[in-house]
Design a protein around this ligand. Structure first.
Ligand SMILES: [Zn+2]
Length: 190
């Protein structure tokens, strides 16, 4: 039976790619745990981290002669302290996706959002229209939402595009329901 070590490096890199951007690792990061198992895996993961640093951070670093875990540590430090879009220092999580690091400017510019209050007031959506599925809309998919502290109080945010699409859908459903039914009586035809 083939072991992880016997796999080609490209395949090991592919496996690593599923955890390379993992930010919540208080119990130890899978890349570090894996690189601690054997000298060969440590060397493969150090090389993988070097490639990531080059590709994502444009850092061209040389691997040390002695195989250590310094490159993977460097990668993990970079990925958890840098906005993944503009590459500036940041530890801030994106409002709608806390699994990514995103500075407030990029979050605002790249992911237009709307407060729940605006979605309800300006787009005539109820909480049941927004927080789906529920008894009113059992087949509507959930909308991404997140919490954001604004002027000291938390605000619930939705993606603007999601709110507009939901408004269109709910309005369409309303129109269908309001469509008058024309009943033709035999007497009218006479
Ligand atoms: Zn940014």
């Amino acid at each position: 039976m083939p072991s992880l070590e016997s796999l080609p490096n490209e395949l090991i890199h592919e496996i690593c790619s599923h955890t390379a951007f993992e930010l919540d690792w208080s119990d130890g990061h899978p890349l570090l745990a894996l690189s601690d198992t054997t000298k060969h895996l440590r060397s493969v993961i150090e090389e993988y981290s070097r490639v990531l640093l080059k590709r994502q951070a444009n850092l061209d670093i040389r691997l040390p002669k002695k195989v250590t875990t310094s490159t993977v540590s460097r990668w993990l430090k970079w990925v958890s302290n840098t906005c993944w879009y503009c590459k500036k220092n940041s530890k801030r999580r994106a409002i709608l996706d806390p699994t990514i690091i995103c500075c407030s400017k990029c979050d605002r510019d790249l992911f237009p959002k709307m407060t729940m209050t605006d979605a309800m007031r300006k787009h005539r959506l109820s909480k049941l229209d927004l927080f789906t599925p529920n008894e009113k809309h059992p087949h509507l998919a959930p909308l991404l939402h997140g919490s954001y502290v604004c002027m000291g109080s938390p605000a619930t945010m939705f993606a603007k595009a999601d709110v507009l699409a939901r408004e269109k859908l709910i309005q369409g459903q309303g129109k269908k329901r309001r469509k008058p039914t024309v009943i033709i009586l035999d007497a009218d035809l006479a």
